[in-house]
Design a protein around this ligand. Structure first.
Ligand SMILES: [Zn+2]
Length: 73
């Protein structure tokens, strides 16, 4: 499982976050400011987004909706 060192886009606290692999965006909860942001692996490294700044293709919930993903439990 890959892991990424990123900064929280809200408070800039360093985060070490595991990712399930591939290029799917995931939500990360920042323990410093208790906000949630998006981590998305890209070819050149990794991007982070505030929730209200992420394009739909980088938002896990939006992607699930758009793709009709049947990933419900
Ligand atoms: Zn934070």
């Amino acid at each position: 499982m890959p892991a990424y060192d990123v900064q929280c886009p809200y408070c800039h606290a360093p985060q070490h976050t595991e990712h399930p692999g591939g290029y799917a965006p995931v939500y990360v909860n920042c323990p410093a400011c208790e906000k949630r942001f998006i981590l998305e692996p890209v070819a050149s490294g990794v991007k982070t987004y505030r929730l209200n700044e992420a394009p739909c293709c980088s938002d896990p919930d939006c992607r699930a909706t758009e793709m009709g993903d049947s990933g419900n439990d």
